[in-house]
Design a protein around this ligand. Structure first.
Ligand code: SF4
Length: 219
């Protein structure tokens, strides 16, 4: 499969970054989390980077990103974008998030807590390291928190369905890497997809995926 047999980055430095990331307890030291359990997956040579908000309890328990209900919905989106299923997505896509430890539930227990700005800032170095070492050609920011990181000032309404370059300008397949294809968060907590106009935007984004993935994995 394209992208799977690429040569690891020189010196295995992505592996070194991953080992350090797995041992990270910054948020515990800062009093922001009771325990750290970084969840991400991937390997050198993958050309596509998926960036979500934060792992949930299922991901935390299984140490597997996008493994819960929202993840299954995301995998269905990927299948419509040309992937053969969950295993194929995991083999070809590096998966991480804005913060990589489960932030816990909201005080009312109705959902997962959105990571604080402090947690995002503490975790940013790991994401920046992945961007620098993996050098993905296609970045998929999932949900508003990731959108803020990659396309500041753009909401889902303006971003989903369009393709952007690293400067935030609208782009086409084949323009300079990395290209950014934002997607909404697949969580049932998100109400964004309750509107038909938003579903149409998602459809437009998914329709772009096959060509984009082929381009990303060919470079
Ligand atoms: S969320 Fe990120 S910065 Fe905070 S402890 Fe986990 S890995 Fe470290």
């Amino acid at each position: 499969m394209p992208g799977a047999e690429r040569t690891p980055l020189e010196g295995g430095s992505l592996h070194a970054l991953q080992a350090a990331h797995r041992a990270c307890t910054r948020c515990v030291g800062a009093g922001l989390l009771a325990a750290a359990n970084p969840v991400f997956s991937g390997h050198p040579g993958q050309r596509i980077l998926l960036v979500g908000q934060a792992p949930g309890p299922v991901e935390n328990d299984g140490q597997r990103p996008f493994a819960g209900r929202a993840g299954r919905q995301l995998m269905r989106w990927f299948e419509r974008g040309g992937f053969a299923g969950d295993a194929d997505v995991r083999r070809r896509v590096y998966m991480t998030s804005m913060t990589t430890c489960f932030p816990g539930r909201t005080p009312d227990g109705r959902g997962d807590r959105r990571p604080s700005a402090r947690e995002v800032a503490l975790c940013a170095g790991w994401l920046n390291g992945v961007l620098a070492l993996l050098k993905p050609r296609l970045v998929l920011p999932i949900g508003t928190l990731a959108l803020t990181r990659f396309l500041p000032g753009k909401g889902l309404e303006a971003a989903v369905g369009s393709l952007f370059d690293a400067s935030g300008a609208e782009a086409e397949v084949g323009d300079g890497a990395p290209l950014l294809l934002p997607l909404p968060h697949p969580s049932g907590q998100s109400r964004w997809l309750n509107e038909s106009a938003h579903i149409a935007r998602l459809e437009r984004a998914l329709a772009r995926l096959p060509d984009l993935v082929a381009w990303a994995e060919s470079g």
